[in-house]
Write a protein that binds this ligand. Structure first.
Ligand code: NAD
Length: 494
């Protein structure tokens, strides 16, 4: 059984509810995970609260020593962590390793927290008065993460949160819970004091417990848009600072002057990598009509070389996370056919290199998709790529900006002027120019616009540091013979 990790040790907790954890490549249940009861939420928050004063007062030198040690352990053991991810999520091992490496970049950012926490200082702002700012940790912070990146998404937040002096309760997805416990053990081995990093497994009960708990100062959430909105509204109504990252429908606009081989590679990688279960996956390929046939032919050639199968066997694409999710995605393929899109590659016919009971669906490509079809309007979160044909740049831009989501977007072109206009006009948070999955490096911030993010702070980078700290400004004067006398007027600087 996968247990909670509270106060530096695994604990079964007091709940009597459990969820099945599957190996998606075999379709078999491999474990159970504990689902927290309200008393477990109390225990996790109490452990984090008790650990906060000492951790907050631990010097930056000591905190960063722990961070560096954690980075070394993570780096040395990333292969084991990737195997855990593949066994519960299904993504192929190379992709799981990539996920850990991108998370590790945020740990490396947090190793330099002493630079990022420096405040400002103005000497003699008024006569013999100095003014300076400091940033202090919030306290107990909650992190709630989705199934699709069980290591990287939590690592968007907790390295910075911990480095800044906060204590953490992480509520991972119940679909692939083991990565969080592996990480908790690494923290312990790195010398992090007990209670600074806690893992609370569970579902809505755990989430609601964190959202309403008076001792939880902030919530960082990543998941689907309806839940992100609920988390934002509930958390802020309970006085918390909330950043809630939601779903996506990412477009890739291909102009006639693009390098079509580059664009075809990009469309396949970004459409079918991780079986399309990425919030930065491309699912809408917006192509100028004059080059659409040629681009589709190139994509077909490439997809024909892909192997779908067990992520431990060197395949290109793994299964979907659960049987229910696979059925939902397959339902969208059925709907696309019904609604009149042209099915160019049918993933339902895939012959996987894996167990017959795995949750398989092969790469699927639709052409002649229109914006009223459900395969376009909805986030499918599977290996289904839709081609939408447009007359030119203006048409494409209008379509992208009319979409309710604004997470990631890409343009493929060799026209610098078009690319420049695109980056200026597009209503999306993360933009790729001839780059298909433009996930920012750790020292920039990750986050979308519109229905892809509720709140106004993105993850990691300087925005992450800002989210996990709050500012104080100190105006200071030390007495000297000129200190002045009574003056009830509003303080003026002189
Ligand atoms: P999800 O919304 O179902 O679950 C996310 C978290 O919320 C999980 O921890 C889950 O236990 C919890 N949860 C689920 N239902 C809940 C409820 N009714 N009340 C309270 N909590 C609840 O998302 P998922 O299926 O795990 O992940 C896929 C989604 O995440 C996709 O929509 C994807 O686009 C999104 N995502 C977004 C980003 C981003 O950066 N914007 C990154 C990764 C994933």
């Amino acid at each position: 059984m996968v247990e909670h990790w509270i106060g530096g040790a695994p604990t079964a907790g007091s709940g009597d509810r459990f969820a099945d954890v599957y190996d998606p490549a075999t379709g078999r249940v491999t474990k159970n995970v504990a689902l927290a009861a309200p008393a477990d939420v109390e225990a996790a928050v109490a452990a984090a609260r008790a650990a906060f004063p000492a951790w907050r007062d631990t010097s930056l030198a000591r905190r960063t020593t722990v961070l560096f040690k954690f980075r070394e352990l993570l780096n040395a053991r990333k292969g084991e962590l990737a195997e855990i991810i593949t066994a519960e999520h299904g993504k192929v091992l190379s992709d799981a390793l990539g996920e850990v490496s991108r998370g590790q970049e945020v740990v490396e950012l947090a190793c330099g927290i002493n630079h990022l926490l420096k405040g400002g200082f103005s000497e003699n702002a008024s006569t013999k008065v100095d003014v300076y700012s400091v940033r202090q940790p919030l306290g107990v912070v909650g992190i709630i993460s989705p199934f699709n990146f069980p290591a990287m998404v939590p690592m968007w937040f907790f390295p910075v949160a911990i480095a800044a002096g906060n204590t953490v309760v992480l509520k991972p997805s119940e679909k692939d819970p083991s990565a969080a416990n592996f990480i908790a053990q690494l923290w312990k081995d790195a010398g992090l004091p007990d209670g600074v990093f806690n893992v609370l497994h569970g579902d809505k009960v755990a989430v609601d417990g964190l959202l309403t708990h008076p001792d939880v100062a902030s919530i960082s959430f990543v998941g689907s848009t309806p839940i992100a909105q609920y988390v934002y509204e509930t958390g802020t109504a309970h006085g918390k600072r909330v950043q809630a990252l939601g779903g996506a429908k990412n477009h890739m606009l291909v102009l006639p002057d693009a390098d079509l081989d580059l664009a075809a590679d990009a469309a396949v990688n970004a459409g079918f990598g991780s079986a399309g279960e990425r919030c930065m996956a491309v699912s809408a390929l917006v192509v100028v009509d004059s080059i659409a046939d040629e681009l589709i032919a190139k994509i077909k050639e490439r997809v024909a070389t892909l192997r779908t199968g067990d992520g431990r066997r060197g395949c290109d694409m793994g299964p979907l996370v659960t049987g229910a999710h696979r059925d939902k995605v397959t339902g969208y393929v059925d709907a696309g056919v019904r609604e009149g899109a042209e099915l160019v590659i049918d993933g339902r016919e895939v012959v996987p290199d894996g167990d017959a009971d795995g949750f398989w669906l092969g790469p699927t490509l639709f052409d002649k998709v229109s914006t009223d079809m459900s395969i376009y309007t909805d986030e499918i979160f599977g290996p289904v790529l839709s081609v939408l044909r447009v007359d030119g740049y203006d048409d494409g831009m209008e379509m992208i900006n009319a979409n309710r989501y604004g997470n990631g977007v890409a343009i493929f072109t060799n026209d610098g002027g078009a690319a420049r206009r695109f980056r200026n006009e597009v209503q999306v948070g993360m933009i790729g120019i001839n780059v298909p999955v433009p996930v920012p490096v750790a020292y920039y911030s990750f986050g979308g616009w519109k229905a892809s993010l509720f709140g106004d702070t993105h993850a990691h980078g300087t925005e992450g540091v800002h989210f996990f700290t709050r500012g104080k400004v100190v105006t200071e004067r030390w007495l000297d013979p000129s200190h002045g006398g009574l003056n009830l007027g509003f303080p003026q600087n002189s």
